[in-house]
Design a protein. Sequence first.
Length: 425
Amino acid sequence: MFCSTTMDKKIINNNEKPVELYPLKNDVLHAIQVTDSLADIQDIWDELAPTDNIFLQSPYLRALETHAPEGMQFNYVVFYEDIQPVGIAYTQTFHISVQDSIKDEDEVENPACILKAFMRAIKQWVMKRADFNVLVCGNLLLTGEHGYSFKEEIDEAKVSDLVQLGIDRLHKILEQKEKIHIQLFKDYLPETETVQKKLVESSYHKFSIQPSMHMHLPSEWATFDDYLNAMSSKYRVRARRAAKKGKDLVKKELSLEEIQANEERIYELYKSIADGAGFNAFLLHPSYFTALKQNLGENYKLVGYYIGDEMVAFCTSIMNGTELEAHFLGVDGEANRKYQVYLNILYDFVRMGIYHKKESINLARTALEIKSSVGAVPQNMYCYLKHRSSLSSKFIKLVFESFNPKEEWQQRRPFKDKNLALGAG
């Protein structure tokens, strides 16, 4: 029952424990509870978290919270209807300076073409001014929409309204300590029409990012040979050539103790990939990989690739319900060229997916063409952002689109069955 009420907050008793709620604007029935520590609300969170999405469950979120990228902060939101919790949302806040985060590849000091010189000057002007704090509904470390979950009886339109109201309210709460410039909702598939329509109606600006690469695994594939046999001869030969090139690679799934013992090398290999990215807003915590194993157990796999006693690469994957999620990896550049390590890692993700009887693999973004060559197909996704001022929102949208890595690529279709090539199965 309610203990007290003010214009800004109300206090309820939840299992004899006082809970501070913030009413949502123009909605006296709904309110939110906000905390920056999952431990404060874990019982409620676990009750409402979806059983089919490990990334909204407390073991994963606890690992990330305790081993966060530098400068990233978290907030957990519980939505109440009257005094009953009906939904949850997860947010991240971080500071982004485009000038510090982007690798400037324009090495020509004085371009001969006046148009190129002008465009570089514009780019540099934008970079110097693209400096802001972002409130993200979802998770920047993942591909996909992992921002919120509600009870099934709450329809999609109402969920969209409540989430927007809740994020707006959280925005105001956080601004009591630090200015927030941008709200960002990330990674919506085209079919989530209701939510996206409401975001546009609420003056959020839509922009596209690199597609996510997904691969369907037909149930009749019981072995890796079944996968190879589904390929056209050209791609089957390519897979066998990669295996031959990588025959000296020794692969080993690492235990928790082995991950801890190899933390420094794992992070070094991860950094070699992160530092080579055109744009990198954050770096993982050095112990993030260990924390995932501690919290996720057998749902998390870290495989090391060795030449002799030296680890030259690693890959990580997370078992998320019926899907295998390819997570972060690291590869030594010289070893990759000699042994085709990265391509062999992609084939190993397929092996793992088949072995664990998953329905699909999420290979995330980047390296689109080589991922399509092993059977992944692109899924377009959209993000929505809003700045404090509508004019700045349009400017920031251009910034995000400008620095989103563009990749010219040709989609490969390795399977004989056209349905497989389309990811239909």
